[in-house]
Design a protein around this ligand. Structure first.
Ligand SMILES: Nc1nc2c(ncn2[C@@H]2O[C@H](COP(=O)(O)OP(=O)(O)O)[C@@H](O)[C@H]2O)c(=O)[nH]1
Ligand SMILES: [Mg+2]
Length: 248
């Protein structure tokens, strides 16, 4: 069992775009684990009023914060705003997780327990022994598998899941990341953060999770994100080669 003291140092960043069917229940479920956790919802002015729904329950949950951005600007950038806010507030263990219940809150204590073993970041991984993916179509399964094999071939970080945004970071890990260097705003931000941590020699761990495709609402993954997933990995590798040659 984790102590209230650990939970009171924990913040969970939830990026949202059109999650009206999920957000209230997700917040309730997380506070069901511990009322001491801080939740930071980062909403991009969702047309379905997700942001307002979250605001409306702030009275009931004093540790709930909502950041409103003016327009849809990508999952990655939304999380970065949330991370910066959590650092400002003094949080020590900082999560990111999706709003659609693909990431089961039941894994929050497992991720925390692993990070307390001495990791700088822990990934809830879909590609370890013991992991499961439920409810994903063939196209999506192949795309994700391929994107991960490809990213590993080019970036060479010894992790199995580059693109799942269910993660816990320590404060030190987030402080080590140069957010100004991250230009992209979508999924590639996950690979970019891992890459920076890996290059700085920080310790990345993974635990197996069961990933369940969303039951409510629709996916925000666009065609553009799918193609840029491939070109951005090369750009990332190239930027780093340039950086190293400038310094030497
Ligand atoms: N703030 C913000 N959140 C986003 C944006 N795009 C996606 N999300 C959120 O990021 C998470 C993952 O998106 P989702 O649509 O489930 O993508 P998928 O799981 O890859 O199909 C969900 O919580 C979304 O609401 C965005 O542009 N801005
Ligand atoms: Mg999803």
């Amino acid at each position: 069992m984790l102590s209230n003291n650990i939970y009171s140092k924990t913040a969970i960043i939830i990026p949202t775009y059109n999650e009206k069917d999920n957000i209230r229940k997700l917040i309730q479920t997380i506070f069901g684990i511990s009322k001491d956790i801080t939740i930071i919802v980062v909403d991009d002015n969702s047309p379905d009023k997700t942001g307002e729904i979250a605001d409306a329950i702030k009275k009931k949950y004093p540790k709930l914060k909502v950041i409103h951005r003016t327009k849809k600007n990508g999952r990655g950038g939304a999380c970065i705003e949330g991370f910066k806010q959590a650092l400002k507030e003094g949080s020590e263990y900082i999560f990111e997780m999706d709003a659609d219940f693909s990431h089961d809150p039941i894994d929050i204590p497992r991720l925390l327990t692993k990070i307390l073993e001495g990791y700088d970041m822990v990934i809830g991984s879909r590609y370890l022994k013991g992991s499961k993916i439920l409810n994903w179509g063939l196209k999506r399964t192949i795309f994700s598998r391929f994107a991960n094999i490809y990213a590993r071939a080019i970036l060479g970080i010894p992790i199995h899941d580059y693109t799942n945004g269910y993660r816990c970071y320590t404060r030190e890990a987030l402080e080590a990341i140069d957010f100004d260097k991250i230009e992209a705003a979508g999924y590639i931000v996950l690979s970019e953060m891992s890459y920076q941590l890996h290059k700085k020699g920080l310790k990345i761990g993974e635990i197996p999770i069961t990933f369940v495709n969303r039951k409510r609402g629709i996916s925000n993954l666009s065609k553009h994100e799918i193609t840029s997933a491939f070109t951005s990995v090369i750009r990332l590798r190239w930027d780093y080669i340039k950086d190293v040659s400038h310094k030497s």
